[in-house]
Design a protein. Structure first.
Length: 318
């Protein structure tokens, strides 16, 4: 768990959806309140600074992002309206500069459109509001887009907007500070049915079965959100708030598979999908699914599917 305060910025694009912005900001504010200490420093930015207005006319007072050194841990781009029509080179330049600086980036609602068009989503899985999905896919077939509620891929955080930021922030807070605080925040907002990242396309292991024990569901969600940067067994147990033996027992009882074998199969299923549906190199796929090198990836893939990634791709084309 993190011991240091994280500085989180929100870069509002004029006419952004107020609901999306609030659903992202408020969980972090609540985490500070419930923890009784400042876990997150929240900053608001826009291209020019001053009041930036949401789609309903409500203003956010912002600082100008250009020309500053915000030293952010994460910057979320919050955009609404017709994000595909935005051609602001200043915004794209700011995003690229922060990416080069090593800042983690996020996109909310139409925000992932701006990140993708700025060129900072290479080899990163991401999602976007359904309104923009098809048009963005036509823009480039190199984007690793998925129809999910939210996706956390290493240093990129994207969600579909609306109420989806509540679910994404639950995952972020859980990864940072554990399940107990994350649940306290969602209870604070009476958001008792936290949705996992793969909705509406549910994970094969969760299978849409809400009867799975919350410990198992929480662990599966962590696995889904850490495909490229796998967590250790000890980390998963700590973040879901149980001992390693209890976590092992729950998986054995409910899924008839150990946690780390389940985790490996989730990663391999994603690797298989990328092999079949993208033109990424196998080295890129290996890194995107958490393997240290292409050789290890190919061997593990063959053990699971009975064929090499090359054969799998060739079979898909035939």
């Amino acid at each position: 768990m993190l011991d240091t305060k994280r500085k989180i910025g929100f870069f509002f694009i004029e006419d952004f959806a107020l609901m999306s912005g609030a659903a992202a900001v408020e969980p972090l504010r609540a985490a500070n309140l419930l923890a009784k200490k400042p876990l997150y420093e929240i900053c608001y930015f826009s291209k020019d600074g001053g009041p930036t207005f949401s789609s309903c006319g409500a203003p956010f007072h912002t600082e100008q992002l250009a020309g500053t050194d915000p030293d952010l841990d994460i910057l979320f781009v919050v955009a609404g309206g017709n994000a595909m029509s935005l051609q602001d080179t200043t915004v794209s330049g700011l995003v690229r500069s922060l990416a080069a600086h090593g800042t983690s980036l996020g996109g909310i609602s139409g925000g992932p459109v701006l990140l993708a068009k700025a060129g900072v989503m290479k080899n990163r899985r991401f999602t976007v509001h359904w309104e923009h999905f098809e048009e963005l896919r036509e823009y480039s077939d190199r984007f690793l887009m998925e129809r999910r509620l939210y996706i956390i891929d290493r240093d990129r955080y994207t969600c579909a907007g609306g109420m989806a930021p509540l679910d994404m922030m639950h995952a972020l807070i859980q990864s940072d500070h554990g399940i107990d605080l994350a649940r306290a925040v969602t209870d604070w907002f009476i958001h008792t049915e936290v949705r996992s990242s793969e909705q509406p396309q549910r994970s094969g292991f969760a299978g849409g079965n809400k009867n799975l024990h919350p410990i198992v569901l929480s662990a599966l969600d962590l696995m889904e959100n850490h495909i490229a940067d796998p967590l250790s067994f000890k980390q998963i147990a700590m973040l879901v708030g149980v001992g390693e033996r209890q976590l092992q027992r729950r998986f054995d009882q409910e899924l008839n598979i150990g946690p780390m074998q389940c985790y490996l199969e989730i990663r391999l299923d994603k690797a298989d999908e990328l092999t079949r549906k993208t033109r990424l190199s196998f080295m890129e796929i290996a890194l995107t699914t958490g393997f240290v090198n292409q050789g290890h990836f190919a061997k593990t893939f063959r053990t699971r599917f009975g064929m090499t990634p090359t054969d799998r791709r060739r079979l898909e084309k035939d």
